[in-house]
Write a protein that binds this ligand. Structure first.
Ligand code: CA
Length: 617
């Protein structure tokens, strides 16, 4: 009865909108995905998922120059129809009708073809020349309190609850792009902003319930496009967080899936084992592989079946749709190995085929560099696997960065750990292509990892700003945001993002002297980094840490940068003779952090627990 009423309502709406031409109405179209497409992609076919009561019994026709219906597939569920359209290069941008006919009825759906954005900068991917600012949008700034609660989406705003929604949104980020650019960052990575219509604990965004819709509590699709466009104008590209491994349990299709194997189903609940070795383990058992790849991430995130070619194509097209629509600077792919190497290779190949200058960074959360390196494309793998992935998150380096700074110096501990980790770069096809970081939304904040030691913070930030790879910094790091290991606390509210906040990180009002000092340090380091070609693409030579001092050089042609990380809590006289092979006859260097000129022909007196970044004359 309820169903009937809803149908009548939709019918009335459809009539008003002029969607239906037939008076003998028997079916309706609720969704067509992707909602529009473009002319001129390398892959000229597009698969449309059509959803509506009884639509499976209908057959589509198109009368539009350059567009043909290649084939149509009805599934076991009569409410779905999948069709493939071929978009010829001779097609013109514009609207056309897809006429669905069946049983004497017909329904017309208006579809749109757009011209692709011709500007190569529109989808230029981030590179090692970029520095990335990671934001959890619900927790950054509430630019529009009017969208905090939306009827029908579930979950509520309660800033007193670490696991509840706090009301942050895209407008809050757009309003602070100047601040982010001013800190020296050239890209933002946002934790997912697509609809998460889950009853509770949805603020993180990783339980997608509509792959084509920005969550209305974040804003609209148009707001996200505005963020991407305005960001580009200010020199800040947008990196979109995507998840193809799972959706949210309340995704609209879970109530009425097109076929049994749309998601992985088990007798009872089976959770992934997170056994990352299984992607490449030559001895792995089939049952273990199945449980890792096909088990669910958590009970309210169904595991999507990418072995189903309709699902695979749906997910690939969804990525292409957002990249072209928004003009992205990259994708950060969540849980990269969980969807299986074969699918991820094809997903990445297709994305990079359409956008050759694009960049994708995969999340493979393991401290084992062998596994992380396996995913980076560009080199032969032992099993013949061909990956197309340009970048991977450098979790192994992350796992030693803070511990090596906090630990007592010893023969095998302290800075030696950080130094030794880099030998693993021989495994990576392109070490410079990695993304390096001290923390992210899933781990204790770097300030707390470092025991709230400001000197160590300076060393960590300096390392991230000067080491190979593109650095990523989590919002609030620049003002020494602390945290426990609790996810809701890690992702705490950015001061000043809410009316009535006691402090405002953007204006600096209410910040402590130490917070302002940290913010100035980050601003100095990352604005300088924007201009340093040796850091972006130069060689690296590092010297075995001695007496708590780690020295390395980045150099390119005649440009040399000397980085000195002094962990000592006393003044230390650094003899420069040991660095002669890189220094040559250099006589002095200017520290970009404090501005002082240092004589390199005699020992440098290092201030306790500070870093030097010397541009050498
Ligand atoms: Ca809001």
């Amino acid at each position: 009865m309820i169903r009937f009423t809803r149908r009548r309502l939709l019918f009335a709406l459809a009539i008003c909108a002029g969607w239906l031409h037939s008076p003998g109405f028997a079916a309706e179209i609720e969704r067509v995905e992707p909602p529009n497409w473009w002319i001129g992609f390398h892959q000229s076919d597009v698969q449309l998922l059509v959803y509506g009561d009884g639509i499976g019994a209908f057959r589509p026709t198109v009368d539009y120059p350059g567009v043909t219906v290649l084939d149509t597939l009805a599934t076991a569920n009569p409410n779905y129809l999948f069709l493939r359209l071929r978009i010829g290069d001779d097609a013109e941008p514009g609207d056309f009708d897809i006429e669905f006919t069946g049983d004497g009825e017909s329904i017309t759906h208006r579809y749109r073809l757009d011209a692709r954005n011709p500007d190569p900068e529109h989808t230029r991917g981030f590179s090692p020349a970029d520095a990335i600012y990671l934001i959890t949008p619900d927790r950054f700034a509430n630019g529009d309190p009017g969208n905090d609660g939306i009827d029908g989406l579930g979950d509520v705003v309660d800033r007193n609850q670490p696991g509840a929604r706090h009301g942050g949104d895209l407008r809050g980020i757009i309003d602070r792009l100047d601040y982010i650019a001013g800190l020296g960052f050239t890209a933002v990575w946002l934790n997912p902003v697509l609809e998460n219509a889950m009853p509770a604990y949805s603020y993180h965004g990783y339980a997608t319930t509509d792959f084509y819709r920005v969550d209305p509590r974040m804003g609209s699709n148009e707001d996200l496009a505005e963020l991407a466009r305005v960001g580009r104008e200010k020199g800040v590209g947008l990196i979109m967080d995507m998840i193809v491994n799972h959706s949210g349990l309340h995704h609209w299709w879970m109530a009425d899936p097109p076929m049994d194997d749309w998601v992985h189903r088990w007798d009872g609940y089976v959770e992934t084992t997170h056994a990352k070795t299984l992607s490449l383990d030559p001895y792995g058992a089939e049952i273990d592989r199945r449980e890792f790849f096909d088990g669910w991430f958590v009970p309210d995130m169904p595991d999507l079946n990418q072995d189903n070619p309709l699902m695979a194509e749906y997910l690939i097209q969804n990525a292409i749709w957002w990249i072209e629509y928004l003009g992205l600077a990259g994708v950060r792919m969540d849980t990269y190995p969980y969807s299986g190497g074969e699918f991820m290779a094809e997903w990445t190949r297709r994305v990079m085929e359409e956008f050759p200058d694009f960049n994708v960074v995969g999340e493979e959360w393991t401290e084992n560099p062998l596994i992380v390196a396996y995913w980076q494309g560009g080199a032969y793998k032992h099993d013949g696997y061909q990956s197309w992935l340009p970048s991977v998150m450098d979790f192994p380096l992350n796992s030693v960065l803070a511990p090596s700074l906090v630990a007592e110096e010893s023969f095998s501990g302290g800075l030696n750990t950080l130094y030794s980790m880099l030998v693993n770069d021989v495994l990576y096809p392109d070490p410079g292509g990695l993304v390096i970081f001290g923390d992210n939304h899933d781990m204790m904040r770097i300030w707390s990892q470092l025991g709230e030691d400001y000197g160590l913070f300076e060393l960590a930030m300096t390392y991230l700003a000067t080491m190979r790879g593109a650095p990523q910094v989590y919002y609030g790091t620049e003002i020494l945001t602390p945290s426990s290991g609790d996810h809701g606390v890690i992702r705490s509210d950015f001061p000043g993002g809410w009316m009535g906040d006691a402090a405002d990180a953007v204006s600096g009002a209410g910040l402590t002297e130490r917070q302002l000092q940290a913010q100035a340090l980050v601003r100095t380091l990352f604005n300088w980094r924007k201009t340093s070609a040796p850091v972006h693409q130069g060689e690296l030579t590092h010297f075995l840490p001695k007496d708590g001092v780690y020295v390395y050089f980045r150099y390119l042609n005649d440009e040399r940068v000397m980085v000195v990380l002094n962990k000592n809590e006393d003044v230390y006289a650094l003899d420069t003779a040991r660095f002669e092979e890189v220094l040559g006859d250099a006589r002095s260097g200017v520290d970009i952090i404090r501005g002082a000129t240092h004589d390199l022909t005699s020992p440098i007196n290092l201030t306790p627990r500070t870093a030097l970044v010397l541009e050498i004359d």
